[in-house]
Ligand binder design. Sequence first.
Ligand code: C2E
Ligand code: MG
Ligand code: MG
Ligand code: MG
Length: 281
Amino acid sequence: SAKKQGLGNWAFFNKKMTEKAIAHLRIEANLYNAIRNDNLSLFFQPKIELATGKMKGAEALIRWHQGDKVISPGEFIPVAEESGLIVTLGKWVINKTCETLRKWCDEFNQVPSIAINIAAKHFIDPKFVEQLKSCVSSFHLDPSLIEIEITESSFIHDIQLAIAVIEQLRKSGFKVSIDDFGTGYSSLSYLKVLPINTLKIDRAFVEGLPENDAIASTIVMLGQQMDLEIVAEGIDEAKQLKWLQAHGCALGQGYLFSRPLPQEEFENQYLEPEQTVLEIE
Ligand code: C2E
Ligand code: MG
Ligand code: MG
Ligand code: MG
């Protein structure tokens, strides 16, 4: 009967919701333990100066180690964002980044800046800037070594708040980038009022180069006119690189240069050890 069918549908819908909720809770609990047990790591992808091929910075990208398996952030960041765990995770990333930069400053020449991804919920947390500053100063680091990547979702709800946070960050010496630029729903007019350093062209607009270049060329021109640094994401073919070089995009990241690397591999490939002074008798 219709009544029975309705009930059945309700039961089915409810079961699916319950399964999803349980799956989320399971990831959440496991992630909580992963943070506590340090089963996380940061991989580093070099940011490359396109004209010279030189490394000019690194982006820290989180990985979750489960035995031999490495889990990508796409599988757990969305769950962490739905719970409060994203803030705990973000704090872990900040601390790990500072620890890494301290090590690099002690052991290597010409230490590159590290870009970290901060979720909207964390970015608008009233304690975010103070905690970041206190972590950086406890490791005796120059804040200009850290670049904060946010997405358009960080300022879509409250532009005044976002401006205030970005101003605080800049005043304290940090750099600020808009990540995945062009994929959100923000208005271009926001760009004028946000005191940012960098726009990162989303991989989706690099993928189609050189044939589909309308959005990439708009962003590159915007950057030139507004005096913003432009970084192209996800460069994985030579023809994309050629287009970006010819159109004056200064920086880029992508598999064509390097995948994100475990810290030790990044150090071996991109950092130059400080000359040790030998004592001669
Ligand atoms: P994102 O910040 O836009 O990072 C770029 C993503 O593109 C990374 O994926 C990187 O591995 C991938 N990628 C780079 N070059 C290429 C390429 O040439 N081809 C292709 N196909 N992909 C490329 P990943 O590491 O899986 O991270 C995915 C997203 O997860 C990141 O996007 C970022 O939004 C988020 N995420 C990563 N780490 C963190 C973190 O520590 N905190 C937060 N809140 N989010 C993070
Ligand atoms: Mg990013
Ligand atoms: Mg991105
Ligand atoms: Mg992205």
